[in-house]
Design a protein around this ligand. Structure first.
Ligand code: XMP
Length: 326
């Protein structure tokens, strides 16, 4: 019978044996897998672990603070944040093609993480240590999926920490390799991690960058972050988080429509709500949200988010629609 305490104890013993006195690096994404993987490793080897969090500017409201403050307070983990917001905005300037955006974000991410790793390796060497291991939050389903490659075409190029260059080689520590998502969450709770991180719904690596249809700019990111925060707050308040797999909020940045508000005419952007129900994200159905919840979200967004004068609902299943718009 499965017990999160036993799994943690087993993994802690395994990691201590694997790592010895070497040092370990881990990239945090803000998501549950990397957060739990790092927390287990920290249980095992304490300050031999250092974590890196890249703020690419495509995060949602409050995510950076949750990692830097709440997660660090809960775990005592040593964290280095890299503020790469300018770098990503510059790299994405003028780009509208979805796959090009994904490739740029993935490339900049690896570059940034790699530079942080190089700096930390040098720092460790300076005080006589060596970083030999990289933690990855790989789950059991991830392994099964990537093993069964049946030659299907790439629909979207996903990004994850991992594709590091040959001259920056680490052995992998993968404490979640035998686990499913709900088990990872149970372990996260057992380790006392903040609930917003443990309960977090899936969020794509390229973040808000692929939820702005059109060029990514600072202004558009701020606008989308506000709308997304309203949607998440209202869904949580309505007790719907467990029912929904995730709810991308999408900004149609190159579309405008006419509206009327207060003293007169508006010409603003639409926000799309994409609530989906799913078991594994391979297929999905659109979630039949209660009308009163939809009404509240629509009222709040159009009243509170400057530049948005219309809220629309995506009623497409997957297939044929993917969950994310890009
Ligand atoms: P799609 O849009 O392909 O999304 O139906 C399926 C699931 O994957 C998430 N997603 C990503 N996750 N890196 C990730 O870690 C990515 O690049 C990425 N793109 C999409 C998406 O949110 C959904 O849960």
């Amino acid at each position: 019978d499965w017990n999160s305490g036993n799994v943690i104890a087993e993994q802690v013993a395994r990691i201590r044996e694997q790592v010895g006195s070497a040092r370990v690096i881990c990239g945090l994404s803000g998501g549950v897998d990397s957060a739990v993987a790092a927390a287990i490793v920290h249980e095992a080897v304490g300050d031999q672990l250092v974590c890196v969090f890249v703020d690419h500017g495509l995060l949602r409201a409050d995510e950076r603070r949750q990692v830097e403050e709440d997660y660090v307070a809960a775990t005592g983990i040593r964290l280095v944040t890299v503020d790469a917001r300018e770098q990503f905005l510059t790299a994405l300037a003028g780009v509208t093609d979805p796959e090009t955006k994904r490739k740029i974000i993935g490339r900049e991410f690896i570059r940034t993480f790699e530079q942080a790793a190089v700096d930390l390796v040098a720092e460790a060497a300076h005080d006589g240590g060596a970083i030999e291991f990289l933690v990855q939050g790989t789950l059991y389903p991830d392994i099964v999926e990537s093993g069964g490659g049946s030659g299907t075409a790439t629909i979207k190029s996903h990004h994850n920490v991992g594709g590091l260059p040959d001259d920056l080689q680490f052995a992998l520590v993968e404490p979640l390799r035998t686990l499913f998502k709900d088990e990872v969450r149970a372990i996260g709770r057992e380790l006392g991690l903040p609930e917003p991180i443990v309960a977090r719904q899936p969020f794509p690596g390229p973040g808000l960058g692929i939820r702005i249809i059109g060029e990514v700019t600072q202004e558009r990111l701020d606008l989308l972050r506000e709308a997304d925060a309203i949607v998440r707050a209202e869904l949580t308040a309505a007790g719907l988080d467990a029912e929904i797999w995730q709810c991308p909020v999408v900004l149609l940045a190159d579309v405008r429509s006419v509206g009327v508000q207060g003293d007169g005419r508006t010409y603003g952007h639409p926000i799309v709500l994409r609530p989906v129900s799913s078991e594994d994200a391979m297929t999905a159905d659109w979630t039949r949200l209660p009308y009163d919840v939809l009404a509240r979200i629509s009222n709040r967004i159009t009243n509170e988010v400057a530049g948005v004068n219309r809220v629309v609902l995506d009623v497409t299943s997957k297939p044929p629609g993917t969950i994310e718009w890009e």
